[in-house]
Design a protein. Structure first.
Length: 162
């Protein structure tokens, strides 16, 4: 995790989103997305409130399995606050990548992105994110997993995060 300012906050915000590619990463149809990975990741790494992101030795997470579907890719990151993540996602150059998702990814039938609180210092695993996504898909927004439009405050105790 990146060093961050000491604060009174006991929790950080985690986001996960999964996407199913329209073609393999090596396919020219996906080249524009692949070309934006490094700049988008560098933008996140320097964004105010950024803490950590899932990545392999390649510097991104496109080669980290979400499940047994090789076309499914995962993005998992940790932020100091909802506001910090919202600013990065919707008010930075990342918004262009977000807007262009239909060019490279299938439309999902179920929610494929959500948020949850973790104790400061915790590194979320893909399996943890997958379990929380399944919870979100079944139950909608709860303190266990939610979205910007219906978010929950940081938990008073760590029992909700575990």
């Amino acid at each position: 995790m990146r060093n961050h300012k000491e604060s009174a906050l006991a929790h950080h915000l985690t986001q996960i989103n999964i996407s199913r590619l329209l073609a393999p990463l090596e396919d020219p149809k996906i080249a524009e997305f692949v070309a934006q990975l490094e700049p988008s990741n560098a933008l996140a790494d320097k964004a105010p409130g950024f803490v950590w992101r899932l990545k392999s030795e390649s510097g991104n997470a496109t080669d980290i399995a979400y499940n047994d579907d090789s076309f499914m890719i995962v993005n998992l990151s940790v932020w100091e606050s909802i506001g910090a993540l919202r600013d990065f996602a919707y008010k930075s150059n990342h918004a262009t990548v977000f807007r262009d998702r239909p060019k490279w990814f299938e439309k999902m039938d179920k929610p494929s992105y959500y948020l949850w609180w973790i104790p400061v210092g915790h590194i979320p695993a893909v399996a943890e994110g997958r379990e929380r996504l399944e919870h979100y898909q079944k139950h909608g927004a709860t303190p266990y997993s939610f979205w910007f439009s219906q978010h929950f405050p940081q938990p008073a105790d760590e029992g909700v995060c575990a």
